[in-house]
Write a protein that binds this ligand. Structure first.
Ligand code: PLP
Length: 361
């Protein structure tokens, strides 16, 4: 038996309310009255409105034109380069690898801020504000499993405003926040003057295989030549995309309904309980770890086992568990592995027994 606590892919089936909405949408598409062709630019108003209502519950006011429905966060992270004239990109290290790879593909200079134990893996912005960067920041953080509080995000927004940087805030894991930490960057004053927000239904509603997300482009946001970024994005989308499937958008609307939100909470709580089981076994084995509270990931220290790859092999060969070597998220990830709590409960329980067997002294 081999259990994967590696890749961050969900395992629970889609909530019934979502499946019913998709089935209904399929039936509509097969009928003369219900058939739809191309989606309106930026997404159907019913899904945009459901998203706007969600932001309103966080105290954030958005307009329909500012919300762009996407087929997931990953594509959007790379597409941003189409509308920006970017020289310098600032990325925390370790980080979600797409930020780095997209920057390299775009030919940008990559600069890092290092998130180590000293700052609880939540790096603050640089002190000098003389370079305008394109900054990629996510919270809750992948791979480090921790989340910024309001003060931490205020520091980044102030830095972006002072340095003339554009902050791309990725909140793909916001559903995992369990206290009053911000879910959206727009909960921070000034953010609509310096930040784009990218998010996804993948890790909340389990849409990794459905493909659906959204991007927020505040209408007053300008590039350094004073050109509206929302206008440029509209142009880019019209040129390169014909939108997202009607069936996926109806699925997203269902996930944001009252019943959908309850189902999403239940799924997130299920993965949260998996994370608790993993946290508990690491505590019993006296192993240092971070995260696993506002996030589905645990960031596990393995320096005394000889580093990321040595511990990966140790777990694979002795406990039959697949982890992700931390160094795969950047040099500063050396000495850690990431454990994902997205597995099925019986697999996670089995994995905790294996960890206890091979690691408890
Ligand atoms: N952003 C982060 C931080 C992620 O970890 C992931 C996927 O693991 C994504 C974005 C991609 O999300 P999507 O499935 O919407 O493309």
């Amino acid at each position: 038996r081999l259990v994967s606590l590696g890749i961050g892919d969900v395992t629970l089936p889609l909530p019934p309310v979502v499946c019913q909405a998709m089935q209904k949408a399929v039936a509509e598409m097969g009928s003369e009255e219900g058939f739809r062709g191309y989606s309106p630019e930026g997404g159907y108003p019913f899904l945009k409105q459901a998203n706007i209502d969600k932001y309103a519950r966080w105290g954030v006011k958005l307009n329909e034109e500012e919300v762009y429905v996407s087929d997931g966060a990953k594509v959007e992270l790379g597409s941003i380069y189409d509308v920006l004239d970017v020289r310098d990109v600032l990325i925390p290290c370790p980080t979600y690898p797409a930020y780095y790879d997209d920057a390299i593909l775009a030919g940008a200079n990559v600069h890092h801020v290092t998130g180590d134990e000293g700052c609880h893996f939540l790096p603050p912005p640089p002190e000098k504000t003389d370079t305008p960067y394109l900054i990629f920041l996510c919270s809750p953080l992948n791979p480090r499993g921790v989340a910024y509080d309001k003060n931490g995000l205020c520091e980044w927004v102030n830095f972006a405003l002072k340095s003339g940087s554009l902050l791309v805030f990725d909140c793909a894991y916001e559903a995992y926040i369990t206290d009053d930490r911000p879910h959206s960057i727009y909960e921070i004053e000034g953010a609509s003057g310096c930040a784009v927000e990218i998010s996804s239904f993948s890790k909340s509603a389990g849409f990794t295989g459905v493909r659906l997300g959204w991007t927020v482009w505040p209408k007053d946001l300008k590039d350094r030549h004073g050109i509206s970024l929302l206008g440029l994005w509209r142009r880019r989308q019209s040129a390169k995309s014909n939108g997202v499937s009607y069936i996926s958008q109806r699925a997203g609307e269902a996930a944001l309904s009252q019943e959908g939100e309850k189902a999403v909470k239940k799924q997130v709580a299920y993965y949260g309980e998996n994370a608790r089981l993993l946290r508990d076994v690491l505590l019993r084995c006296d192993i240092t770890y971070y995260g696993g509270i506002h996030s589905p990931y645990l960031w596990v220290s393995c320096k005394k086992w000889g580093g990321s790859w040595a511990f990966f092999h140790f777990l694979l060969q002795n406990a039959h568990i697949i982890s992700t070597p931390g160094v795969g998220f950047g040099e500063a990830g050396e000495g850690f592995v990431r454990l994902s709590s997205f597995g099925r409960r019986q697999d996670v329980i089995w994995a905790t027994e294996q960890i206890e067997r091979v690691l408890r002294r």
